[in-house]
Design a protein. Structure first.
Length: 116
């Protein structure tokens, strides 16, 4: 499975960006797909993820500002990020889990910079 992420960039505080991630390859037993982010010196953290059961989980820090959506037929997810803050600056990684957690895939990361 390969994950191709895009949509990062530079935006001013309060602005918006939309990330997308497309999964390709042989995908069996989809379990979850979502976004994580990481800043230098810190651990990678969950931003939002959606599961095979249809539920979506958001980090408390992005609730009400970020929206995760998915096209299951095309294996694409989007992360609409509104009301961006300086603290949202990070490299954002797309993630897919299959087979109940037995396989964990990562995209190449896309940089989001929020700065005035």
């Amino acid at each position: 499975v390969q994950l191709q992420a895009s949509g990062g960039g530079l935006v001013q505080p309060g602005g918006s960006l939309k990330l997308s991630c497309t999964a390709s390859g042989s995908i069996y037993s989809f379990t979850a797909m979502g976004w994580y982010r990481q800043v230098p010196g810190k651990e990678r953290e969950l931003v939002a993820t959606t599961t095979s059961g249809g539920g979506t989980v958001y980090a408390d820090s992005v609730k009400g500002r970020f929206t995760l959506s998915r096209d299951g037929a095309k294996n694409i997810i989007w992360l609409q990020m509104d009301g961006l803050k300086v603290d949202d600056t990070a490299v954002y990684y797309c993630n897919m889990i299959t087979s109940g957690g037995n396989y964990n895939y990562w995209g190449q990361g896309t940089l989001v910079t929020v700065s005035s």
